[in-house]
Design a protein around this ligand. Structure first.
Ligand SMILES: Nc1ncnc2c1ncn2[C@@H]1O[C@H](COP(=O)(O)OP(=O)(O)OP(=O)(O)O)[C@@H](O)[C@H]1O
Ligand SMILES: [Mg+2]
Length: 244
């Protein structure tokens, strides 16, 4: 494909007097894994909210597969292949893990579900693909550890077969073992389905082996970009993190 899969141009978002995102521009190529890092409050989650149309930008444009999608609503963006996980996992508490995966499925599949009954085999397969046992697929999210909840977030996104997956703090609150599991899962999904990722993470050690390129944000703007090794050596980046 010519041009980047996703491109944001001069993106801006203000909340009253707070300029959460101020003039951010970057592209992500198909198959690339981009890290998006920066101190607390830098604007990373706001960027994800804007890419998903969960917030309306104050200015700028968002392009996907060569089309301007700035005014395209969330459900249509999901249909076109963009999905995200949340910094704080938000499962439906009264529904089983399997049912949570099912509601993540594309609307067309949902319709099939209403007319032809639930395809439990499909949700179980997606559940297994992120490492759930058949027993866990029948349990409630409240029974799950944080690592499992983050895997459920992954499963719900995998269910919509995205081309671009935005991962917000996927490693937060996890043990080293759980971090290793999620990392393996991300690498495996990418190898199989050719996914493109943007990963937000404060855990730079977990992020380093996954990313092709990193953008560093501070106060709503990109202050550095390059390979992981390049940006962590950057003086402005060190200052932004130390000044936190
Ligand atoms: N809905 C909102 N209303 C008002 N201010 C907001 C809103 N969402 C975010 N902000 C502000 O915008 C700025 C950027 O927040 P954002 O959550 O995008 O940062 P972040 O980089 O994701 O931080 P963290 O690493 O802590 O998750 C912060 O100053 C935050 O308080
Ligand atoms: Mg955030």
């Amino acid at each position: 494909m010519a041009g980047p899969l996703l491109e944001v141009r001069d993106l801006r978002k203000s909340f009253g007097g707070i300029h959460a995102v101020q003039g951010l521009s970057f592209g992500v190529d198909e198959g690339e894994t981009l890290g998006l890092i920066g101190p607390n409050g830098a604007g990373k989650t706001t960027v994800f909210n804007l890419i998903m149309a969960e917030l309306k930008p104050t200015g700028g444009e968002i392009w996907f597969r060569g089309e301007n999608i700035t005014r395209v609503p969330t459900h249509e963006r999901v249909k076109r292949g963009i999905a995200r996980t949340y910094q704080v996992p938000q499962p439906f508490g009264e529904m089983s893990v399997g049912a949570n995966i099912r509601v993540g499925m594309a609307p067309d599949d949902l319709w099939k579900l209403v007319t032809e009954g639930a395809d439990h085999a499909a949700e179980a397969e997606i559940g297994r693909s992120v490492g759930f046992s058949d027993e866990q697929i029948d349990t409630l999210p409240s029974e799950l550890a944080m690592g499992d909840l983050r895997r459920l977030e992954m499963a719900r996104n995998v269910a919509v077969s995205p081309a671009l997956l935005l991962l917000d703090e996927v490693f937060a609150g996890l043990t080293l073992r759980e971090i290793a599991h999620i990392s393996e899962l991300l690498v495996e999904k990418k190898r199989k389905d050719g996914l493109t990722y943007i990963i937000v993470s404060h855990d730079l050690r977990a992020l380093a082996p996954l990313v092709d390129r990193v953008i560093v944000m501070s106060f709503g703007a990109a202050i550095a970009q390059g390979t992981f090794d390049e940006v962590v050596r950057d003086a402005a980046v060190r200052e932004a993190y130390l000044g936190q």
